[in-house]
Every structure is written in C-alpha cells, then in structure tokens.
Design a protein around this ligand. Structure first.
Ligand SMILES: CC(C)[C@H](C(=O)O)[C@@H](O)C(=O)O
Ligand code: SF4
Length: 767
C-alpha cells in the first residue's frame, strides 16, 4: 500500500508498492492485478486448468475477453456464427472454445458480432469493459496483464502492464494476483525536436536499434523527455507496445494532461467526485526528482531518421536513406553470422540502398499501428500521391483497423474511401497479417512493408520477408512499390494535392463510444462460479507440475543470439487447445524442409541429439518475443527439460518454470564450453538441488537459483495452490483497494462477494 517504502521512487516503484499483497522472505512478491485481458490463443489451457480444479474466476469484473488472432478479416456482412464464419477448423475450435469459456465463467466478451471486438491491445483503451460492468480498462496506476507479450502497450497510460504465459493466465484468473520479482528501473529519455517525417514508430525502432532486443531484459522502461511528453496517447501506445521488442517486461509513460484529457468524459471512466480523487492520485504517479534508475539511456531526437528494418530482428534497423549492411565489415563473429543468415533469409545483397527494395505486399495494421491516427497518417500520404494515384501494380496492400470502433470511426472520416480508391484492401478488425494465424499471410519469398512489430523469420508467413515501418512509410511504399522515404510525400506540391483531395471531417472517438453507455446492470453469474465447491489447495489440484531434481543426458547445442519463440514454435501450432502433442512443432521451420516435409540436418534431427534432454544455446536472450507458453510445451514434449543460455527473455523464463523445466543462465564462457562437450557427445548432468552442472572429467559448474522457484521445481509444486493459501492477504488487499481506489472495482463486484474457492481451512503448504 502507499507509503510502505520511503525515499525517492520511480513511477514503476510507486505502482509496484501500491500492488504488493504479500512478500516472501526472499523478496518474491505477490502482486495484485487490476485488469486482465484474455484472448483465444493463450487461454484455453488456462480455463481447462480452472475447470479441472473446480476453481472459479476470482474477479470477472476485472476480466475482459475478445477474439483477435484467428479470425478472418473478410467482411462480416453475412456473419451468423463462428461456426459458419471461421473456415479453418483449428482456428474455429479456438474461437468457439473461448465463447464457451466466457459463458461458463461469466466473463465480459467482445465477440465477432460486437463492434467493440478488435485486437486485445486496442479495444481496452478506447472503450472500457462494458456498460454492465461499468469499468474502464486502461487507467493510470493500474497493473494490467494478458497472455500476450504486447500487453506492454497499456503502459502508455502510466500503468504497469505486461505479458504473461498461459499458466500465469490461469493463476490470475484463479487468484487475481501474480508472483513476481521486481524488475530493474530503466529510463529512456528522448529530448529535442523530431525531424520531419519521423513519428512514434521511428522513435521506438531507433531505440531498439540502439539498445538491442535484449537491452531491456529484466527491466521496466520509463519513457521520458520532451518527445514522449508531446506525443498523443496513441503514439505513446505504439512506443510502449514495442517495449517487449527491446526485451523489457513493460514500458510506461507517466500520466499527464494528455492522459487525463484522453480519459476525461469517456463513458466508463470515473465521474464527478470519484474522478477528482482518481486524478489527484494519478498526479502523484511520476518518478520523483532524483529517483534512481538502474539503467539510463539518452537519445537526441534529431538523430532519429525515418527508420526501417533490414533483417530478421527488430533491432536490425537502418535509416530509410541507408543501405543493407555488409556483414563482412562486422568484427564480432556472432553478429556477422546472424547478419549473414538474416541477409540470406531476407534475400538481400549487402550495400543495396533500402529504397531500391521492391515489395509484393504492404500491411497497415497490428496492435502497434492500427489506431485512428495511424490510419490518418497513412491516408494523408495516399492523398499526397495525387488524386488518381494508385497502389503500385506490383503490390497488394491491406489496411486492417485495430477494432470495429476504429473501423467505424475511420469510415466516418472518409479514410476508407481514400484507401479503397487507391486500391488498398479495407478489412475488418483483427491481428491479421501481423502473424498470420488467419488466412492473411505472406507467400514464401514475398517482401512486405509492415506496420507491425516483428520481422522474425516466417512471422508473416513461412518464407515471408518483413520490413517494419511506420504507417506513413507503409503507405508511401504501397504507392511507389518500393521501400520509400516518406519525405518524398512532403512539401508544397504534396500539400496542394492533399488540400485538393476529399474534405475529411475529423470525428471524435467519443462519437463511437456512446452507444454502449446504457444503464449498468448486474452481470449474470454462471452457476459454475456460484456453486464452485471449495477445494483444498494442493500441488496436484491444478494442472500438475513435473518435478525437476536432476536431469542427466545428451545435450544439443545452438549458436544463435535472440532465439525467438516464433522460431521455437511457429504460429500454426498455437491453435491447439492442449499443452501436449507439440514435439514435432519444435523448431519446425528449421527441422522440416518446407517443400518436401523431409527432416533437415538440424541438430535436433540428428542422433544422438534427437534424444536431447538439455539444450545449450551460446547466444544470449533465448526465448525472446511472443509470450506463447507453447514454446515451453514444445521443448518439454520433445524431452528437453533444461535450457542453458547466457540470458533468457523474462516471459519465456517464467513459462518454462511453470512447466517444471529449468532455464539456467550461465556465463557465455561456460555455455560455449558446455556446447563443445555436448558436440563431442558428452552427457551433461544438471542438479538443481545441489545447484551444479557436472560432466565427467571436467570441473563442476555451480549456479544459484531463486530459492522459491527451486523449492517449487524440486517438489513439483503448483503456484496457484500456494497462492490460494494467502486468501486472507488477498482479501484484505481487495478491501483496501476498494476503499482507496474505488474506481477500479466493476459494478458487478460492489457490495457483492465474488465467490472464491475455499482456502482457509486447508493444510498450510510449505514455501
Ligand atoms: C499469441 C501470442 C502468445 C503472441 C504474443 O505473445 O505476442 C502473439 O500476439 C504474437 O504477437 O506473437
Ligand atoms: S503483435 Fe500482432 S499478433 Fe500479437 S497481439 Fe499484436 S497484432 Fe496480434
């Protein structure tokens, strides 16, 4: 609660302190979660876990679900039901499963027939949960989670928002809390004037280029300085969204007048006296002058050019006026090797000017850039190309608004007409070609300018080649057919063309929100939640966790930096409703020839490494990118129980431990040495109890792990069972929360005890 820690504090420190429910002796905290967003891909196994254990959702009033990843973006004019609309069977099953789960657990759901449906990170900020729950999603000072890595988006409001894996989704559904160790404070300050043509997307791409995709690992980034202060809420969302691409757990911007103006008078935001109290609290949410940051990065705004990526990692950035880098000039051998691999995948020659790269596709959309401002800035470029200008003949271009409300808003402003007239495809809301879990995908070898956030191998379709850009640059590229400096569409001539174009009426987002402000009604609670029988907390009452004591066996080695979870398991395997059956999906694109389906000579296909129990990666930042717990499940299914690497991405690390696996960070030197022995066929033994790695005839490597995590792994304990034993602490936190921050409770919660699985009389479990 406020004031438990004295001294100067950062914004992150303050939000953290205000959410600590309980702390273990070793500093692992149980923190309260104010908002939980749910989508169809990362939730089925979590709901299954709840059902198996007879546990209800603790706070349906703070939980919002939608469908976004799997859904087709074709017209919904003839939409009748998911059953008939979603053609692909696995996608359909996942969407239908969510529909069943929200009914079973009494959750608020924006489904396909609801105009508020859209990408999970777009719908909350614009609307709030629902009239009946009478609650606003994105407010300063809250904690917000979702089984999705881009939850960092919501930090734009001055909140602590981060992605989690499916086991943690289950934990939040059951307990409304999470076990967390506090991260580092990192501040990125960008001051000065941005040059013409540079927007929020260029700023964040440039930042990732400077600090690298592992630069923010273990940290929460606060964006500070005049550039962010001057940004709209939407631009701040684009920046915070990509914090995960910089390896950070979360990104945030302190709330200010721009934040308050965005929220004030929104239908579901606090009102009257409650607004005044909320605003007074929100005004305290900024880093104290002189507060200590563990890492500080300062960037001069004038140094940021319109930026584009050339490679297969978001850190592979270059100015649009620049050239494809030349690996032969790179002195670091691992950087050189990854650049060579990236150029080969991207079909690029070193030193080719970026503006000479021809495209086949342009995608404007995703949770990074599908908001109204993004669409306006893209449409402005289309107008600047002239009244008869059309999308280049070599290009297919699509615009996918982030939500049904944004689509409606854009149509009211006439933006759709501008796009359509120029030959863009105007679609319905969803994740679409950002990752292509639906039919919107790149064909092998196709090159795409995309406003999304990831350019990983195969991200937008197997063999597809992605260049990340801003919405304005994407529009410019669509019109010319090549990657293009957006500044070519600026100047007096361009202004004249824009002025001569259709008169656009700027509409306000508020115009599209009002229809949902009907009188608040009590949400219907399903009988399941009301009658949930109390269950004794035990390690086996949830999904069940395998013990990890000693693992000894063959180890396979990998030598890449930034092995991302898209590479560990590509999107097509995320459609499963189960946690198992994914062994063949592991490193699928590397293990199977895309043309013949035959096994390649990838290490995990070769004997004896096809029996590996341990994976040793000599490159850092293993498991970066998406929060998909499927990556851990696939490794586990293959038989790999321990991954050793110099460093891990935060969400991946948690996901492995939730599945009884050990992510073991060792020095680069140790990793290289172990990899050498593994390549010589030597067995490796990892002993978690003794915290040792042993090999015959070699000195033992010792390591230390988090005591709580070690205890849970060695005993195969389930976090949820343990957390439910802290019911008293959670309930008393909720009481204080209702008193201090009344605007955080949904209408459905007030005056009503949300049923919780009984936990008071259970045998205490050891921590
Ligand atoms: C499906 C989900 C786990 C994933 C994520 O966490 O990011 C997806 O949204 C993505 O962008 O890859
Ligand atoms: S990154 Fe792409 S796939 Fe992931 S939530 Fe955002 S739009 Fe959807």
């Amino acid at each position: 609660m406020p004031g438990t820690i004295t001294g100067l504090r950062t914004l992150y420190d303050k939000i953290w302190d205000d959410h600590v429910v309980d702390v273990n002796e070793d500093g692992l905290a149980l923190i309260y979660i104010d908002r939980h967003l749910v989508h169809e891909v990362t939730s089925p196994q979590a709901f299954e876990g709840l059902k198996n254990a007879g546990r209800p959702v603790r706070r349906p009033d703070c939980t919002l679900a939608t469908v976004d990843h799997n859904i087709p973006t074709i017209s919904r004019k003839s939409y009748k039901s998911v059953d008939t609309f979603v053609a692909e069977p696995d996608s359909r099953a996942q969407v239908m499963q969510l529909e069943e789960n929200v009914k079973d657990f009494g959750l608020t759901y924006f489904g396909l027939s609801d105009k508020r449906q859209g990408i999970v990170h777009v719908i909350g900020p614009e609307q709030g949960f629902t009239a009946s729950l009478h609650i606003y999603q994105d407010l300063p000072g809250i904690t917000c989670v979702c089984g999705d890595s881009h939850t960092s988006t919501h930090g734009a409001f001055g909140s602590l928002a981060f992605g989690i894996g499916t086991s943690e989704v289950e934990h939040v559904l059951a307990t409304q809390t999470l076990l967390q160790r506090k991260g580092k404070n990192m501040r990125i300050t960008v001051d000065g004037e941005l040059v013409e043509g540079v927007g929020s997307k260029d700023v964040i791409l440039h930042i990732i280029g400077v600090i690298g995709t592992a630069g923010g690992t273990g940290s929460v980034i606060e964006y500070a300085g005049s550039v962010f202060r001057n940004m709209s809420m939407e631009a701040r969302m684009s920046v915070c969204n990509m914090s995960i691409e910089a390896g950070a757990r979360a990104g945030m911007v302190a709330p200010d007048e721009i934040t308050f103006a965005y929220l004030r008078n929104r239908p579901l935001a606090p009102k009257g006296e409650e607004w005044d109290r909320a605003e007074a609290y929100w005004r305290t949410l900024k880093s104290d002058e002189g507060a200590k940051f563990d890492i500080e990065v300062n960037i001069n705004a004038a140094d940021i050019p319109p930026t584009v990526t050339w490679g297969t990692s978001p850190q592979d950035v270059v100015a649009i006026t620049g050239k494809v880098p030349d690996p032969s000039t790179m002195s670091d051998p691992s950087k050189r090797a990854s650049a060579e691999r990236a150029l080969a995948y991207m079909g690029l020659q070193a030193n080719t000017p970026m503006e000479e790269l021809s495209l086949q596709k342009v995608f404007i959309g995703s949770c990074t850039n599908s908001r109204i401002e993004d669409l306006r800035s893209a449409a402005r470029i289309v107008l600047a190309a002239g009244p008869d200008a059309k999308v280049a003949s070599n290009v297919q271009a699509m615009v996918v608004p982030g939500s049904g409300l944004i689509k409606q808003h854009a149509e009211a402003e006439g933006l759709d007409a501008i796009f359509k007239r120029a030959g863009f495809d105007w679609r319905e809301a969803g994740c679409s070609m950002c990752l292509g879990m639906n039919p919107d995908q790149l064909a092998p070898g196709e090159r795409c300018a995309s406003t999304s956030n990831r350019n990983f191998e195969g991200r937008q379709g197997a063999g597809g080649r992605t260049h990340l850009v801003s919405p304005a640059m994407a529009a410019a590229a669509a019109m010319t057919g090549k990657l293009t400096d957006v500044r070519k569409f600026f100047g007096a001539d361009a202004e004249e063309k824009v002025a001569a174009g259709p008169k656009l009426t700027l509409a306000s987002a508020f115009d599209f929100l009002t229809e949902f402000t009907g009188s608040a009604t009590e949400p219907e609670r399903p009988s399941h939640a009301q009658t949930a029988t109390p269950t004794l907390p035990s390690a086996s009452s949830g999904s069940g966790v395998a013990k990890f004591v000693i693992v000894k066996g063959i180890a396979a080695s990998l030598h890449n930096d930034n092995v991302d979870t898209d590479m560990i398991i590509p999107k097509q395997f995320l459609k499963t409703l189960k946690r198992t059956g994914l062994a063949n999906a592991l490193f699928f694109a590397q293990r199977f020839d895309p043309k013949t389906g035959e096994k390649t000579d990838f290490i995990l296909n070769k004997s004896p490494y096809d029996q590996a129990k341990i994976l040793i990666c000599t490159g850092k930042n293993f498991g970066c990118g998406s929060s998909r717990e499927h990556a851990a499940w696939a490794l586990n299914d293959f038989g790999i129980r321990c991954v050793i690497a110099p460093s891990f991405a935060d969400i991946f690390r948690n996901n492995t431990m939730q599945n009884g696996m050990l992510p073991l960070p060792l020095s680069e030197e140790d990793c290289k040495d172990l990899a050498k022995d593994a390549e010589a066929g030597m067995e490796i033994e990892v002993d978690l109890e003794k915290q040792e790695v042993r090999r015959s005839g070699k000195p033992t490597i010792t390591f230390s792990t988090d005591p709580f995590r070690r205890h849970c792994l060695v005993n195969g304990l389930d976090d949820i069972g343990l957390t439910l034993q802290r019911e008293e602490a959670i309930a008393s936190f909720e009481e204080k929360r209702s008193a201090l921050w009344s605007w955080l409770d949904g209408f459905g919660y007030q005056g009503q005890k949300i049923p919780v699985a009984g936990i008071k009389t259970g045998k205490k479990m050891e921590w």
